[in-house]
Design a protein around this ligand. Structure first.
Ligand SMILES: *Cc1c(COP(=O)(O)O)cnc(C)c1O
Length: 477
């Protein structure tokens, strides 16, 4: 059966034929065709009005149909079609160049509104082709330096080192700083697992810390209780773009001579008191995975406050080899290098960072506004007045009466891809021994009721209204 079978009737059909079809397809609409040429659309409402106006079920469809309709050429990019969907427009006919109907796009097609999607509409192609044309496809080449240099310009006072992903970025940051067996690193209980895994890979012991109920980031009051003579570092993670409370964290680090490793994987473009996150830590790390704010496919970056530690990181990144004496290894190193091709994509992405972050903030503000006073919503993101949240992925809390996991599967049936907030680390077997905070109720609550909504830059305001309409409709069922 093709997508057309349940959605098209011939021009000589009756109102009854159309009603039978609409009843089958459950979209409340069907398209009227004449020799495969689209001539009109009729909704169940149009038929009802025709019947009230003295037509009957045997009347011809053209007595009820509407000749104004939205259709698109079949080659239209799927995201442009997706942007047309709204509460009232849920099916869109796709036409060939002769105006013949060849397919129908509908909002229920799985993943029609993705959680995230890279935006590659800048000079990515041009710069990647430059790498291919010149042969500089491996980890040497001008784009690697340009990428690092642009990152340093965005983060004054820091020295940049590109790496192959955001996970080894954390590992390299800690190894270069000298975190090792016997040391403790305080990490938030709600974060992506790479934050804690890398502490363990360095041989150190992670200590799980409760998060703040408002920012969802590591809670400074709880950090204080966990500091002891073995503590070496604090790892704030700016979750979903929301900056952690850096003033208190910096104060605690200074008072106790601790390093700060900022995990900024989700927060490129976020600010704390008018300074970009990533400029506060002794080291800070970024990820350029496909779903992050900017992407290089896979990729990462570490920023260091100390030039000396940066130099050590460069040696560790390249097999521990002496920079002046080839094949002379001073330490046991790694291959954590980024390729010139990846960096080329990164340079093109950075050229559009302002535009991307501006769109993300629009998405975050728009969702917040339409969800704030909703009776199924317990909390939308709230920021300290001096904070800029770059809203990597818009995430909020549903009230306890709503079953979050059921909501996720129902939304998917409506073509909306969403995601639960991370599980609290202490609940998962590899990490349960690292629990140290007495109560982890905030993490448990955020994890149970937290929901992340589609946040790609391709998302339209209509899409967001449709998503909130579905949230309401499903919760009322
Ligand atoms: C994505 C992410 C990472 C890891 O980055 P990869 O590039 O996927 O290795 C680390 N920490 C956090 C908080 C992340 O979201």
């Amino acid at each position: 059966m093709s997508a057309l079978d349940n959605l098209t009737v011939e021009i000589n059909a009756t109102l009854k034929d159309a009603l039978i079809l609409i009843n089958k397809n459950s979209f409340g609409i069907c398209f009227v065709v004449s020799d495969l040429r689209l001539v009109g659309v009729v909704t169940d409402g149009d038929i009802r009005r025709a019947l009230i106006n003295n037509k009957n079920l045997e009347s011809c469809i053209d007595e009820a149909m509407n000749r104004n309709f939205i259709a698109r050429h079949v080659d239209t990019p799927s995201k442009d079609v997706r942007n047309l969907f709204s509460e009232s427009i849920r099916v869109i006919p796709l036409l060939d160049s002769d105006g013949l109907i060849v397919d129908i796009s509908n909002i229920k097609k799985t993943h029609s509104i993705p959680l995230m999607e890279p935006s590659l509409s800048g000079k990515e192609n041009e710069y990647v082709n430059d790498c291919l044309d010149t042969g500089w496809i491996s980890s040497k080449g001008k784009y690697v330096q340009m990428f690092e240099q642009k990152f340093e310009e965005l983060h004054p006072g820091m020295f940049a080192v590109t790496v192959s992903n955001g996970t080894v970025a954390l590992q390299l940051a800690m190894l270069a700083i000298g975190i090792k067996n016997g040391d403790e690193v305080i990490v938030p209980n709600i974060t992506f697992a790479a934050s804690i895994n890398t502490v363990i890979h360095c041989g150190a012991t992670p200590v799980l810390c409760e998060v703040d109920p408002v920012t969802w980031c590591i809670d400074p009051k709880e950090i204080k209780k966990l500091i002891n003579s073995r503590t070496k570092a604090i790892m704030p993670v700016h979750l979903y773009g929301q900056p952690a409370q850096m003033d208190e964290i910096i104060k605690l680090a200074n008072e106790n001579s601790l390093y700060i490793i900022e995990d900024c994987a989700e927060a490129l473009g976020s600010m704390w008191k008018n300074k970009n996150v990533g400029t506060f830590g002794d080291a800070s790390t970024f990820s350029f995975f496909g779903n992050k704010t900017i992407t290089t496919g896979e990729g990462g970056m570490v920023l260091f406050k100390s030039k000396e530690i940066r130099d050590r990181a460069i040696i560790l990144r390249d097999h521990g080899m002496s920079p002046t004496k080839r094949y002379w290894h001073e330490v046991i190193g790694f291959n954590f290098r980024l390729t010139n091709i990846q960096a080329a994509i990164g340079v093109a992405q950075l050229e559009r960072l302002d535009e991307i972050v501006r769109k993300k903030i629009h998405i975050g503000d728009f969702y917040s506004d339409i969800l704030r006073n909703n009776n199924i919503v317990a909390q939308v993101p709230k920021s300290h007045s001096a904070v800029k949240n770059s809203y990597w992925i818009f995430s909020f809390l549903l009230k306890k009466k709503i079953n979050r996991d059921q909501m996720i599967s129902k939304l998917l049936e409506h073509g909306i891809e969403t995601r639960p907030v991370f599980f609290p680390l202490h609940k998962m077997p590899p990490y349960e021994n690292f629990k140290r905070s007495r109560s982890l109720e905030n993490s448990i609550n955020i994890s149970q009721q937290g929901l992340s909504l589609p946040s790609a830059t391709s998302l339209s305001d209509e899409n967001m209204k449709y998503i909130v309409y579905c949230l309401n409709k499903i919760s009322a069922q």
